[in-house]
Design a protein around this ligand. Structure first.
Ligand SMILES: Nc1nc2c(ncn2[C@@H]2O[C@H](COP(=O)(O)OP(=O)(O)OP(=O)(O)O)[C@@H](O)[C@H]2O)c(=O)[nH]1
Length: 603
């Protein structure tokens, strides 16, 4: 089964904006080509059931690539390798490695929605990888579908010829057989030399409880065999290959993989961290000398502290993070202690969405209740003594008198929005110190490009963008460069003591607004004590905003005007609840909500 003529192989991926139907189409392709029986596909439950069983047996936790067999109209049998690509922008590097393992892409565009920000970002990645691209218009079954208009949009905005776009409904199956034919006739086969020394791309790797580390590879030249001793050129480590195979999506073992093929190997590799996405694999005995281009480690760009709300959860949190890291070498964490929040971890992420995903998984899968400190980016500091340093926790910032210059990272953001929300979107970008670079139209929607400081985006940019556009704007970004910035370290002082978890670097012009909003929020949420509590925002020794929590009166409800009984009861109950989750800070008890709220303020 493995010795397929190379001309009968097609390696491709599906690129699309979120929700445009990538997974539905992939499922259909698997179904039609027989990777799963109708019965298995019919009820989602059954597919899930079988996956659960597989999971229990540790067969395929994460089948990144599916091999499909297709008997084409030309009478020949073809092998398709459908490569999955990570769904979002933070994993741009992983996306580009997956794309580097194929020759073509299906560009799926929702015929009722049209081109979106991630359609563009993903199609550019595919073009960078020299892919042949077949445009596919999905959801033509919807009454709102406007395939002709969207074809024009693809031509105007992306510059791709869409006259031959395949029209489908991944949901009903309409047109999907045409997609299979287009893969054969319009995408090129891979090239490779079977007689040459082994050269393979490490596309991805993950940890499987039963098999250990599973490595997904794309063979460029030569043959990868069971029992062969291979070498990873980036790390220099050598391993004996134990298993070779592919997914259908079920795991199938074979003796070898030849040029152009995509499959997996296992080789007693201990940790995912021992494998590097993008590395070149060769034969240990007669290694090639030149690596495949583009190898680079993933570098975290956004950091924040994660602390358990309940201090007893610390060990659970450590274990949970360890588990997530097994399959995600780009997520980093180290222990951190905060006077305000106790023991926790300083974590590094590839970007905002990565941060959100990890946070979400920790709370959902491990049932952990967490407080996240304000996200921070990596700042470059030039010191007066001529040295330089990187700061990714405001707490570590040196004394201001020692700093000659602070530089912050900038991004280029692409936003697509319906015209009616354009004004609000521009205002949001402008408020976040953005510089507008471009404003064009994609049909009835505006496409704006902005240069923005990442520091302003890590706060709550997504949430704000969604709310000002009622969820219709789409967003994508990539890092560009570092620029000098007038940033200051702002601290929040409660009862004259700085609360470390609330320190942040902000632009001087934005410090007062944010400081004021934070102290106001804190005032609302810190209950009165026996003494008066000043809450201040300060830059260095200078206070820029202040509120005061008044000293406790005998009757906490007395200040409720009107004497509405239910309101009084609510207040008393709230206080009782608050007591349970307080952090003793100096002499002051600060409820968890106060931290969460202070970190979420918009200004
Ligand atoms: N009407 C209609 N709905 C479709 C069609 N294809 C997909 N959908 C629906 O669109 C939604 C998104 O489809 P998915 O396949 O999950 O989209 P995706 O691009 O994989 O989305 P992510 O996995 O979130 O990236 C689902 O509710 C599908 O049922 C179609 O051809 N017609």
């Amino acid at each position: 089964m493995t010795t397929v003529p190379i001309d009968n192989i097609r390696n491709f991926s599906i690129v699309a904006h979120i929700d445009h139907g990538k997974s539905t189409l992939a499922d259909r392709l698997i179904q039609i080509t027989g990777g799963m029986s109708d019965r298995e596909m019919a009820g989602k439950e059954q597919v899930l059931d079988s996956m659960d069983i597989e999971r229990e047996r540790g067969i395929t936790i994460k089948a990144q690539t599916v091999r499909l067999k297709y008997h084409a109209k030309d009478g020949k049998d073809y092998i398709f390798n459908l490569m999955d690509t990570p769904g979002h922008v933070d994993f741009a590097y992983e996306v580009s490695r997956s794309l580097a393992a194929c020759e073509g892409s299906l560009l799926v565009v929702d015929a009722s929605q049209g081109v979106e920000a991630q359609t563009l970002a993903n199609v550019y990645h595919a073009l960078d990888a020299n892919h042949e691209i077949v445009p596919v218009l999905n959801k033509v079954d919807l009454p709102a579908a406007e395939p002709e208009k969207i074809k024009q949009q693809i031509e105007d905005v992306i510059g791709l010829d869409a006259s031959d776009a395949v029209m489908i409904s991944a949901k009903t199956g309409l047109g999907v057989p045409d997609v299979l034919e287009a893969i054969v006739t319009r995408l090129p086969p891979p090239k490779g030399d079977r007689e040459a020394t082994l050269k393979a791309l490490l596309v991805d790797s993950w940890y499987d409880v039963y098999l250990g580390v599973v490595v997904l590879v794309r063979i460029v030249d030569g043959v990868l065999k069971k029992g062969q001793r291979i070498r990873m050129m980036g790390t220099g480590a050598a391993y004996d290959v134990e298993r070779v195979g592919f997914f259908t999506p079920k795991m199938v073992n074979v003796e070898e993989l030849g040029p152009g093929e995509v499959g997996f190997i296992t080789a007693a590799i201990k940790e995912v961290a021992d494998t590097r996405v993008g590395d070149t694999i060769t034969d240990d005995k007669k290694p090639i000398t030149e690596m495949l281009p583009g190898f680079k480690p993933a570098i975290p760009v956004v950091f924040c502290g994660l602390f358990p709300v309940d201090a007893d959860d610390f060990e659970t949190l450590r274990a949970a993070m360890g588990k997530l890291r097994l399959n995600d070498a780009s997520f980093s964490f180290e222990m951190e202690t905060s006077a305000a929040l106790g023991f926790g971890f300083r974590c590094g992420f590839l970007g905002l969405l990565h941060l959100e995903i990890i946070q979400e998984r920790l709370s959902r899968e491990f049932d952990l209740n967490l407080i996240a400190t304000a996200p921070s980016v990596i700042y470059h500091m030039k010191l007066t003594d001529g040295s330089e340093m990187e700061i990714h926790n405001p707490v570590d910032m040196p004394d201001v008198v020692k700093i000659a210059e602070i530089q912050e990272p900038w991004i280029e953001a692409t936003i697509l929005t319906p015209d009616e929300y354009l004004g609000s979107v521009l205002k949001l970008c402008q408020d976040r110190r953005g510089n507008q670079k471009e404003l064009t139209y994609v049909g009835a929607r505006a496409m704006v490009k902005y240069d923005l400081p990442l520091n302003e985006v890590v706060f709550d940019f997504y949430d704000r963008l969604k709310s000002v556009s009622k969820g219709y704007a789409s967003f994508d970004y990539h890092l560009t460069d570092y620029k000098p910035a007038d940033l200051v370290k702002m601290q929040i002082l409660v009862n004259a003591e700085p609360v470390d978890a609330l320190s942040m670097l902000v632009h001087r012009t934005r410090a007062e607004g944010r400081g004021r909003a934070m102290v106001e929020k804190m005032k609302e949420l810190i209950p009165p004590h026996m003494f008066q509590i000043p809450i201040q925002a300060a830059i260095g020794g200078k206070v820029i905003a202040r509120e005061t929590v008044r000293a406790l009166r005998k009757d906490v409800t007395a200040k409720c005007y009107g004497g509405d009984i239910t309101r009084k009861r609510k207040l008393l109950e709230k206080q009782k609840e608050g007591k349970k989750k307080m952090r003793q800070f100096g002499k002051v008890d600060i409820p968890q909500e106060a931290f969460i709220a202070a970190l979420k303020v918009d200004s």
